[in-house]
Design a protein around this ligand. Structure first.
Ligand code: HEC
Ligand code: HEC
Ligand code: HEC
Length: 436
């Protein structure tokens, strides 16, 4: 089926970028120093071992969220030294409870790369690594945690859901989540978190992507306490407790069916609606595709610790080293006329994505940008991507041309790929561009 295949292509693309990063994570990990063990409690010291074997790939040796896999992840792994947590049952500004963090580790954060460790780690190991995580931020030594008190829950009913719908309008949740919770008609559509990473407001009809869980209680806690570090605010004093339960029941009632539970007719209807909306607004569809494929993860410059430079999303300049072929700085995809795509024709952009041919006729290798798999996208989707790229405000960033390996090294690389069937290692390096 055409649609299902498109979905799979997208999923495979996102996964490929992730796997490449994790596979070569070990190479760069050894460069990061491990923190001192001296002051740790016995359980935290045991937890450190768990952390070193399970968490450093993403959260980094020092816990600062800069592990080798981190550049390819949206949202980024948390900086655990900052003492800032999204998923809490405590007041805004307060640290989470032990149970909050344990639950995050046990169940993971759906909709993000943070895995569920239940079944992988024993209960005892989870408690040990909890102690180690707490040792990473001095806040846990100095502060009391203030749990919120939720009143008795209001059972869901048509009347409660209806009252909740009114509160949803009154509190303007729709400004970010849209009138029907899907965000399509929201006033604000692009967000950044406090770590300068792009972020999307949750699609409230897809509760399986809620990081903190999808029961009415989970939902209530999220909007009551807010999600630290993101634009999702706290609505602590905006309504009384019973009204808040009504709102939680309303949001829970928006839940749609995940694709994998839909009947064939439902899948067809779902995509028909998506396609109609895409045709009505190609740039929006393009933005969705670009986010899903993760174009920005390669086409944005990063600093030494691989954080995206603020204001430079899609401005190119990340150096990607493909051994032994050479260094490939990514192009500036913003609409700047001098250094970006501003002066490219639509057809020239399409040529890159579908045939791997640059404006000057140069042919791209299949690495690092897997253009061959883009070429399997529907032509309307390629057009949507072009429409979106056109809408990105110009950012000046002159990116140097790639450096090619000398011919013998190039042939050796080809030999390894084609004959020995070894994929070349890919490294993501810091900015190659210059803003002048
Ligand atoms: C594959 C990458 C990955 C691995 C491995 C990983 N994490 Fe995470 N972790 C993440 C990401 C991504 C986030 C941030 C998600 C977000 O901001 O919504 C996160 C967030 C967290 C948070 C913060 C939750 C909050 O409320 O803000 C904690 C605590 C955490 N991870 C602990 C751990 C521990 C302990 C381990 C090892 C047992 C671990 N993580 C392994 C990716 C990972
Ligand atoms: C200013 C914009 C904004 C407003 C207003 C807003 N939200 Fe959000 N909301 C967000 C963003 C952004 C996220 C995604 C946060 C993330 O992924 O880390 C989010 C996430 C959520 C989630 C998912 C929680 C999870 O566990 O991942 C729920 C549920 C939610 N919002 C409900 C609401 C409700 C109900 C209201 C109104 C009372 C509301 N939001 C108002 C921006 C907003
Ligand atoms: C794995 C990293 C990676 C991903 C993901 C990626 N690209 Fe690229 N892209 C590159 C590299 C590297 C180049 C430069 C290749 C060269 O010059 O040899 C490039 C070149 C381009 C060019 C030519 C622009 C120029 O100035 O050279 C366009 C247009 C482009 N990419 C668009 C996209 C779009 C759209 C997406 C998402 C659908 C995407 N790329 C995803 C790495 C990536």
């Amino acid at each position: 089926m055409q649609h299902a295949r498109r979905r799979h292509v997208l999923a495979a693309l996102a996964l490929a970028a992730f796997v490449a990063a994790v596979a070569f994570a070990r190479l760069t990990l050894s460069a990061q120093p491990a923190p001192a063990t001296a002051d740790l409690s016995v359980s935290a010291a045991r937890g450190q071992k768990v952390f070193e074997s399970r968490c450093v790939e993403c959260h980094g040796r020092t816990g600062r969220g800069d592990g080798p896999a981190s550049p390819t992840l949206v949202p980024r792994p948390r900086d655990l030294t900052s003492g800032r947590f999204k998923i809490r049952s405590t007041n805004t500004g307060s640290l989470p409870t032990d149970e909050d963090i344990t639950r995050t580790i046990r169940d993971g954060l759906p909709g993000t790369a943070m895995p569920a460790w239940r079944g992988v780690l024993s209960d005892a190991e989870i408690l040990d690594v909890l102690d180690y995580v707490k040792s990473l931020s001095p806040r846990f030594r100095n502060e009391q945690r203030q749990a919120v008190h939720l009143g008795a829950n209001v059972a869901s009913s048509p009347a409660s859901i209806d009252r909740g719908r009114q509160l949803y309008d009154k509190l303007m949740c729709s400004a970010c989540h849209g009138v029907d919770g899907r965000g399509k008609d929201a006033i604000a559509t692009s967000f950044e978190d406090d770590w300068n990473q792009p972020l999307q407001a949750a699609d409230l009809t897809r509760p399986w992507t809620f990081h903190g869980g999808s029961t009415p209680r989970d939902i209530y806690l999220r909007f009551r306490t807010g999600m630290t570090g993101t634009p999702m605010p706290s609505f602590a004093d905006s309504a009384n407790d019973a009204e808040m339960w009504d709102l939680a029941n309303f949001v829970a009632s928006l839940a749609g069916k995940p694709l994998w539970q839909m009947s064939a007719e439902e899948v067809t209807a779902y995509y028909a609606r998506e396609d109609a909306e895409a045709r009505a607004n190609p740039a929006k569809r393009g933005e969705y595709l670009v986010t899903t494929v993760g174009c920005a993860l390669c086409h944005s410059p990063v600093d030494e610790s691989r954080r995206m430079l603020p204001g430079m999303r899609m401005a190119g300049g990340m150096r990607i080293r493909v051994e032994p072929f050479g260094d490939y700085p990514t192009g500036n995809l913003t609409s700047d006329k001098e250094t970006g795509l501003g002066n490219w024709t639509d057809e020239q952009i399409r040529q890159v994505l579908t045939r791997g041919i640059l404006r000057d006729g140069t042919r791209l290798l299949p690495y690092p940008m897997d253009w061959a798999s883009f070429s399997t996208m529907a032509p309307s989707d390629i057009d949507a991507i072009v429409a979106y790229l056109r809408s990105i405000p110009p950012v000046v960033n002159r990116v140097p041309r790639p450096t090619w390996a000398p011919f013998p090294r190039y042939m050796w690389g080809k030999f390894k790929m084609l004959i020995l069937k070894q994929d070349p290692p890919i490294l993501f390096l810091s900015n190659a561009g210059s803003r002048s």
